[in-house]
Design a protein around this ligand. Structure first.
Ligand code: NDP
Length: 231
């Protein structure tokens, strides 16, 4: 029973993969350039269905059936609405939302055969809160919630749970690009008053993938220091 994490070569995805590895569970990560040291990596661009299917085939040949999938790969491309090109909108949706659909679809195939499984989508506090300049990103992340809840209804009778993790601001390459004054504002609205660490997201993901979370499906689990309370 193995796990596949997309975008597992750095940031939150890498922390998630290391969390599974530390628990002694078989895990594969997808990467676009180079596999991280000490982890089984398969090359895959989430915007290409053939690459997604091939990555699963390769991971299953090495590790056996994939019964947990963490759709983590994601990008931002921020711009205010009137300056946001349609390509900029579509590219973010294609990676973050359609990419998750591609891995969920291929992953569910194996899970249906096993009559058990865990689909976990990495969304964001921005999904339900919204953020100026992130209409594309927020739409993609909110879409994951609707998709997860639909799949939870569709796949529940087959022993497959589908959940969402919604991180707040986590220290990674992605947030390194956020201007310092904006970061300060976000942290001022975060009860815990600090950025989260990738490992703190990883712990929640691993728990959702475990037997302990067997009666949880369609949930959105915040890992955001309280930033999204009320949404
Ligand atoms: P990073 O920018 O550090 O890493 C992004 C990962 O996604 C990389 O592994 C990257 O691969 C991969 N990726 C991007 N595009 C594609 C693609 N087309 N196909 C395959 N892989 C791709 O981001 P984080 O670790 O911070 O973010 C991980 C997830 O968490 C994202 O979905 C993000 O939206 C979400 N998130 C992050 C938050 C944060 O504060 N950091 C907050 C809320 C949510 P490569 O190395 O090849 O580029």
């Amino acid at each position: 029973m193995a796990t596949l994490v997309t975008g597992g070569n750095r940031g939150i995805g890498l922390a998630i993969a290391r969390e599974f590895q530390a628990a002694g569970e078989p895990v594969a990560v997808t990467h676009r350039s180079r596999a991280p040291d000490g982890l089984f990596g398969v090359a895959c661009d989430a915007t290409d269905s053939d690459q997604v299917d091939a990555a699963f085939d390769e991971a299953e040949a090495e590790l056996g059936p994939i019964t947990a999938v963490v759709a983590n790969a994601g990008i931002t491309d921020d711009q205010l609405l009137l300056r946001m090109g349609e390509d900029q909108f579509s590219r973010v949706l294609d990676t973050n939302l359609t990419g998750a659909y591609r891995v969920a679809k291929r992953g569910a195939r194996s899970m249906l055969r096993q009559r058990r499984g865990r689909l976990i989508f990495v969304s964001s506090v921005v999904a339900l809160r919204g953020e100026a300049g992130q209409a594309n990103y927020a739409a993609s992340k909110a879409g994951l919630v609707g998709m997860a809840r639909s799949l939870a209804r569709e796949l529940g009778s087959r022993g497959i749970t589908v959940n969402v993790v919604a991180p707040g601001m986590i220290s990674t390459d992605m947030t390194d690009r956020v201007p310092e004054d904006r970061k300060r504002q976000i942290l001022d609205g975060t009860p815990l008053g600090r950025c989260g660490e990738p490992a703190e997201v990883a712990a929640a993901v691993r728990w959702l993938a475990s037997e302990q979370a067997s009666y949880i499906t369609g949930a959105v689990v915040p890992v955001d220091g309280g930033a999204g309370m009320g949404h």
